[in-house]
Design a protein around this ligand. Sequence first.
Ligand code: ASP
Length: 352
Amino acid sequence: MNEPHYISSILIIYTGGTIGMIENPTTGVLEAFSLRSLLESVPELKRFGYEISTMQFDPPIDSSEMEPLHWSRLTKMIADNYEFYDGFVILHGTDTMSFTASALSFMLGDLCKPVILTGSQLPIGKLRTDGRENLITSIEIAAAKKNHKAVVSEVCIFFESHLMRGNRTSKVNADRFNAFRSFNYPVLARAGVQIKYDSTKVHSHGKMVPLKPHYTLDQNVVVLKLFPGISPQIVDSILTIPSIKGVVIETYGSGNAPGKDWFIEKIKAAVDRGLVVVNVTQCQIGRVQMKRYGSGHRLQEIGVVSGYDITTEAAITKLMYLFGRGYSTKKVIEKMNLSIAGEITTDFSYDD
Ligand code: ASP
């Protein structure tokens, strides 16, 4: 007897962004249009034979408007529908997509189903759009199964033929179709004639586990980007914000910062007041190794936490998530040193 044919079910959540925009005929400005019109622009979707359902933000937003509140809403949309679908595709503007993917990777926790974010550089209604291919392949990835289990069970970004771990990505290009890169973690799959997954890199859950979502984030975090000539006043103005709990310092190279007394003293005072100060490199490729140079080593000595090879997007959202869980400073530091959703590489046995 033949096995009954299994029909994959996918939930598409449309938040906004260029993919669903249309040119206002009078002003020429790109404005959001409806999800229905968006899907009608890709009639090929019917040929998959999947059950495709949709939800959307009302109104859809440009991703530069994205807030932690929207991440909680997305987490809830997925959690409420988790058991009913095989996979989820989130249509999102490219500008803050890496932040959203990072936040969701922490808030959704241990996934056994795919959550794929995608968007486009050109609206889906344009002839040369990249949105059509991004959307079609994302849906195929969200539905992909092997031995009845999801091939991908994590939060990813699919863009211009690359499937990447979401919390490893950064937006790197405002013009070209290859808008995202995952510099410190290999690509999980490449879409060519076939979609080729790297099974050694992609997280694929062996079993079905219930979702344990977390909804609250703490926004009392900040990024302090170093530059030659940064003044004590600027550093002070950031480190003495009354409610601040976590600071991502974007340092030079392998985690280096000025060794001037005033700078070290101010950072030390912040650490002593209980702030979690995380060292993230301004370089896109490579990682923080505070033992490598004297200037980095001083930071380590005064209690600055290594960000390893984390992106700024993942570091800031991880801090929001950890403080949002109500963890103590000590526990936040402990967790910053661990990979909780594949966001850092910690298995460098020889340093830090
Ligand atoms: N400003 C748009 C957004 O992020 C750009 C895009 O979608 O690519 O929503």
